[in-house]
Design a protein around this ligand. Structure first.
Ligand code: IVH
Length: 670
């Protein structure tokens, strides 16, 4: 028995070593046949001694038993997306913006990396062991895809530790899972020969494969990964993005060899042009270049907006374009009542994806481009960006084509359409318009909201049959009502009811987001939930209180106030929060403790000399604090610069703690 155990351990280590040599160092020591033999021997031994199977055995890469659904995973540090640039001027402006923000004229160097068109993931290693993997999701909450990630050969189960590159107890690595072009071609060939539908592009395969509930399917797909970031690089002690790549590689993680350091923006632009030339020779699909400020200290100082880090830019390659013909222009009514014209076109392949609809946004946009039914148009699609009509080929316009105009009445409820003077959208003013009702319910059920199974078709049916009128009605649906619907058997009805039941144990963030208040997206929902903790407190908030929260502007505050004070909404909120439904709205965990400004509200007044206001705001936020625009009894700290204004006087009257810019800097250093 001991001998078997020893042999198994030996085989595991050997296979692990060969994987590394093959995939990471690209210098295999054994033939494929020899490798397969070792692998088969291990599988056989484990087969006859199942008690000796360990979760970290290489044989486990074939995938575990199917699961019912993916659990949610909260990202401790949000996974942001990147700001996009499309022309060289955008890159030049990117550097100017950075220099203005940092108040510096000094030279900055950059790390440039191909932008991989795959799926962003986070890998969590604890004491060097792979513990969890998740998708980006909405940036804050993703899906637990650990079992699927564990099938990817280039994701190590255990990191290699060396004295010169120690890893922290908990390491959050970010990267892109993708499929190589040769694997993609092979997969599609195989599918074609079996009469199965082929995949549109490698990105879709990667994303579809990672979302398989049966990890055994993922295992057959031969995905791989490039890692490019960790959640808190400053805590690791690495000085540059370049050095981070070195660490990643020494730990045994794959980092893109086609990355480089550029000493200046002209060098960056030269690298971009070169990459654009040779992108078709690469083993993977790229949709641009990611430019990152190389020194980590500058990255930290620059911080992030609510959406993107300020220290990085995705410089996209020119998007794929194709010609097609507009067959009709449909007008859709959204959840806010806004009417959106949509071009319905003859289906056409653009950059590997079939496109037949493109939003035309609003009437002004249609007029500006002068899109008419029957027109030939140039359509473009850039990687992850939605398809858009670039221009009309006027020479090919049929004589009969008439200019588009917005309908005078709502295409759904026939109410007279209005257009407010300061808005680009036409709106249906009827709050009970079925389109709005449906839109609200669909939004409430969506992934980032209560995450209730069931799509627009089901909601259409339920509303059209008068079974529901608002989101609260969902929770009172009866099994018989559901199973009497077309295409809905007893089983599907039961599943839907179960999903409704499950959705009740939710978070305050999801609930606030799900209400669909204008200007309140996922990010603001989180800000509000963190600030108020319980829903009742938000209901009672007054405009000033809301505006004190740094990220809530007057427009947004106004929208929240008018939403909660609207009698119909009040009714709905009362029903939704009633004990009969029994929603559980968990408050977000607060970041407390250690950080010097944890939970403190800080007000800045007067001119700062050592940093810009924007930088001060970022630094306060990363120290756990909030920045408020005005002084009140809720203020914890006032920082005074040169020539302070009325705020200082008010702080004095209220007896608040007031410190200078120097003291403030010293405090942040703590
Ligand atoms: S860095 C905080 N580097 O692009 C910055 N992203 O539009 C994190 N991507 O969500 C991103 N290649 O999925 C970075 N070399 C690269 C990348 C890359 C592809 C993806 C990633 C991200 C998206 C942003």
């Amino acid at each position: 028995m001991d001998e078997v155990k020893r042999r198994i351990e030996f085989l595991r280590e050997e296979i692990h070593r060969h994987n590394r040599l093959y995939y990471l160092e690209q210098s295999p020591e054994v033939s494929d046949a020899e490798y397969d033999r070792l692998f088969q021997e291990l599988k056989d031994l484990e087969g006859s001694h199942p008690e000796l199977i360990a979760t970290d055995s290489p044989t486990q890469r074939v995938g575990a038993e199917p699961q019912e659904k993916f659990a949610s995973v909260e990202h401790v540090v949000p996974m942001l997306s990147l700001d996009n640039g499309f022309a060289e001027e955008d890159v030049i402006e990117f550097e100017s913006r950075i220099k203005r923000f940092l108040k510096t004229e000094e030279k900055i160097n950059y790390m440039v990396e191909p932008k991989i068109d795959g799926v962003a993931v986070e890998l969590i290693y604890e004491s060097g062991e792979l513990k969890q993997a998740s998708t980006r999701g909405n940036g804050y909450v993703g899906e637990d895809i650990t079992r699927n990630i564990r099938t990817i050969l280039t994701v190590p189960y255990t990191l290699t530790e060396r004295p010169e590159t120690p890893f922290p107890d908990r390491l959050e690595v970010r990267g892109e899972v993708y499929m190589q072009l040769d694997e993609f071609a092979g997969l599609n060939q195989e599918r074609e020969s079996k009469g199965l539908p082929v995949f549109a592009n490698p990105r879709n395969v990667a994303s579809g494969s990672l979302r398989q509930l049966d990890a055994r399917v993922t295992a057959t797909r031969r995905l791989t990964i490039f890692c490019y970031a960790v959640a808190r690089p400053e805590a690791l002690g690495v000085k540059t993005q370049y050095e981070l790549f070195k660490y990643l590689r020494l730990w045994g993680l794959r980092a893109n060899p086609d990355a480089a350091v550029c000493e200046s923006i002209p060098d960056v632009l030269a690298f971009y042009r070169d990459l654009d030339q040779r992108r078709h020779e690469l083993a993977y699909e790229v949709d641009g270049l990611v430019i990152k400020v190389n020194p980590i200290s500058l990255q930290t100082r620059l911080g992030a907006t609510t959406r993107n880090p300020r220290w990085a830019l995705a410089f996209k390659f020119a998007p794929a374009q194709e010609f097609t013909v507009v067959r009709s222009i449909e007008v859709q009514v959204g959840r806010t009542g806004a009417l959106t014209p949509v071009a319905i076109m003859a289906p056409v392949q653009v950059g590997g994806v079939t496109v037949q609809r493109a939003t035309l946004h609003n009437e002004d946009e249609v007029k500006r481009k002068d899109v008419r039914v029957g027109d030939t148009v140039l359509l473009q699609r850039a990687g992850d960006v939605i398809p858009e009509v670039v221009e009309v080929v006027k020479e090919r316009r049929p004589e009969t084509a008439v200019p588009f105009s917005m309908p005078l009445n709502c295409p759904v409820c026939d109410s007279e359409v209005v257009r407010l003077p300061d808005e680009s959208a036409h709106r249906c003013p009827n709050a009970t318009c079925p389109a709005q009702t449906k839109g609200h319910i669909i939004h409430f059920m969506s992934k980032n909201a209560l995450d209730i199974a069931g799509g627009p078709k089901l909601v259409d049916l339920l509303v059209d049959r008068g079974l529901i009128n608002d989101p609260s009605d969902l929770f009172f649906l009866q099994p018989e009502e559901l199973s009497s619907l077309p295409h809905m058997g007893e089983k599907s009805a039961a599943n839907f009811l179960e999903s409704l039941e499950d959705s009740k144990d939710t978070t305050l963030v999801r609930f606030i987001y799900g209400l669909g208040i204008r200007h309140v997206g996922v990010h603001l929902a989180r800000v509000l939930a963190e600030r108020f903790g319980v829903f009742e407190a938000l209901l009672e908030a007054v405009a000033e209180e809301l505006e004190e929260i740094g990220e809530v502007g007057p427009k947004c505050a106004g929208s929240i106030i008018s939403f909660v004070n609207n009698p119909r909404n009040r009714d709905l909120l009362n029903r939704l929060t009633s004990p009969e439904i029994g929603l559980i709205l968990k408050a977000p965990a607060r970041r407390t403790g250690e950080t010097p400004l944890a939970d403190k509200t800080v007000v800045l007044t007067g001119g700062l000399t050592r940093m810009t206001r924007e930088e001060a705001r970022v630094r306060i936020q990363s120290a756990g604090g909030r920045v408020a625009g005005s002084v009140s009894k809720n203020t914890d700290l006032v920082v005074v610069g040169e020539n302070p204004g009325k705020k200082l006087q008010k702080a004095g009257e209220l007896g608040l703690e007031v410190i200078s810019e120097e003291e403030f800097l010293a405090m942040l250093k703590e």
